[in-house]
Design a protein around this ligand. Structure first.
Ligand SMILES: Nc1nc2c(ncn2[C@@H]2O[C@H](COP(=O)(O)OP(=O)(O)OP(=O)(O)O)[C@@H](O)[C@H]2O)c(=O)[nH]1
Ligand SMILES: [Mg+2]
Length: 447
């Protein structure tokens, strides 16, 4: 996410961090670099100007002069201002009304339909019973797309393909009220460009349905254009917020950093992938931390907790204590980690400064996971339970069976026995009175 911008800002700030004293020249140079990095990331030029002015004012002021670590202080200021730029506090979704109505709008292909379902998934995890409403009657197959995506997540979709969008929305809300669904998420049609007819229709839906949220879905890949689109929609319709999609690609950051400042609309969610669980509540402070390489451990922990099964974790913990951790358990752990995200995504959320250098720019070979899984799958149950019996002829068989090499098998077995030894040590320390060693918040041993 924002790889280029992040790298440039981090480089600039790294130079400042180490400095015991900051000269005017140091500050000037850093600000020039920050300005360039933001402009290159396609941040609105007025926003950049104000941002840099704000930092300059603070950087030459008392808080930095009196600080024992002025470089560090400037880093803190940049972090605070970046957070402020994106809206300071997290802006939560408003679910007032029974049922609450959430209306999505946006240009063609911005991600409305996918986001409607992602949002429904997110809200259903929060204990709600959402209903999707297929109000795109223009693009053939649009209603079908929403229904298929909804089905795949086990979520209901209201359709009436012959009716007008306004009518479909009204019927969906009535249906939801009767059947106990709440909220109703309206997936409206996108157009290639802003046009009056489109706005009129959206205005009509808004007037009749009185949505608690009217959210504009914008494609972050389009940078400044996304911000212009948001401005026009906001002027015409009065938005309550924005959802940025496609933040996972090589998005430069312009949209995320300018849209709030230019339109005044809060960013409520960010789409970070095509899968239905790839939607994150937007936290300005955490996003600023990620951009500045300070990591985003809170999001990582939330993802880890959402992606794993507590019962399994408890069972695993017992096994670890009794030193019965097998290769099957190891494989299950790997699968759980993969559910959190790709290794690159996970690494991006860790504080860069605390990571060893070679890890920072690591291109993780996801195939490595598959290889380990294949090796374990080629073992017999007896071998998985007691790897000690795996002699060299068994190693050759396992390598052949999994399409790997004997070295791959050896590496895995060595790693596994190192892990077992580690758990054993933790066990004996606990016996000596050290409590809760290696016990994650919920008993997960690796976090
Ligand atoms: N990588 C990535 N792709 C996304 C994201 N959100 C949506 N997409 C993809 O963008 C494409 C368009 O998404 P849709 O949800 O169909 O967009 P839409 O706004 O409903 O499009 P129309 O109904 O034609 O206006 C699809 O291929 C989605 O998978 C995201 O956050 N990341
Ligand atoms: Mg659509």
């Amino acid at each position: 996410m924002f790889a280029n911008l992040a790298e440039k800002l981090q480089n600039t700030l790294r130079k400042l961090r180490g400095k015991g004293k900051l000269s005017e020249k140091d500050v000037d140079l850093a600000l020039r670099e920050i300005r360039l990095a933001l402009l290159e990331a396609d941040v609105n030029f007025k926003v950049v100007k104000e941002f840099v002015e704000e930092i300059r004012e603070r950087a030459v002021g008392e808080e930095v002069r009196q600080s024992l670590t002025p470089g560090q202080q400037v880093v803190k200021i940049v972090h605070e201002e970046l957070t402020a730029l994106m809206g300071r506090e997290q802006s939560k979704i408003n679910l007032a009304g029974s049922p609450a109505v959430i209306m999505l709008a946006g240009l063609q292909g911005s991600g409305k339909t996918t986001t409607a379902v992602k949002l429904a998934v997110e809200l259903s995890h929060g204990g709600r019973k959402p209903l999707l409403a297929a109000a795109d009657t223009y693009r053939p197959g649009a209603a079908e797309q929403l229904q298929v995506l909804g089905d795949s997540a086990g979520l209901p979709c209201y359709r009436n393909d012959g009716a007008s969008p306004v009518q479909i929305c009204r019927e969906a809300v009535r249906f939801a009220a009767r059947e106990g669904y709440d909220p109703v998420i309206l997936d409206t049609a996108g157009r290639l460009h802003l046009d009056a007819a489109m706005m009129d229709e959206l205005k009509e839906i808004k007037a009749q349905l009185k949505p608690a949220e009217l959210l504009l879905v914008v494609d972050a890949m389009t940078g400044q254009d996304a911000v212009n689109v948001a401005s026009s929609f906001h002027e015409a319709l009065g938005l309550t917020g924005v959802i940025l999609t496609k933040l996972d690609g090589d998005t430069r950051g312009g949209a995320a950093l300018s849209v709030r400042a230019v339109t005044g609309c809060p960013i409520k969610f960010a789409g970070v992938g095509e899968k239905l669980d790839a939607l994150e509540p937007f936290h300005p402070e955490r996003m600023a931390s990620r951009i500045l390489g300070m990591g985003d451990l809170l999001t990582l922990i939330e993802k880890a907790e959402a992606g794993f099964d507590q019962q399994k974790a408890r069972k695993l913990e017992q096994k670890l204590r009794r030193q019965e951790f097998t290769l099957d358990d190891f494989r299950e752990q790997l699968q759980q980690i993969q559910q959190i995200g790709s290794m690159e995504e996970i690494l991006a959320m860790l504080p860069a400064a605390q990571l060893p250098k070679e890890l920072r720019r690591l291109q993780v070979d996801e195939k490595q996971f598959q290889r380990i899984e294949a090796v374990i799958a080629s073992m017999t149950p007896a071998e998985r339970n007691n790897p000690a019996i795996i002699n060299s002829s068994r190693r050759r068989r396992i390598a052949r069976g999994s399409g790997t090499t004997v070295q791959d098998v050896n590496r895995l077995l060595t790693q596994f026995s190192q892990m077992q030894r580690l758990f054993k040590q933790m066990g004996s320390l606990e016996k000596k009175g050290f409590k809760n060693i290696g016990k994650g918040k919920r008993g997960f041993p690796f976090f």
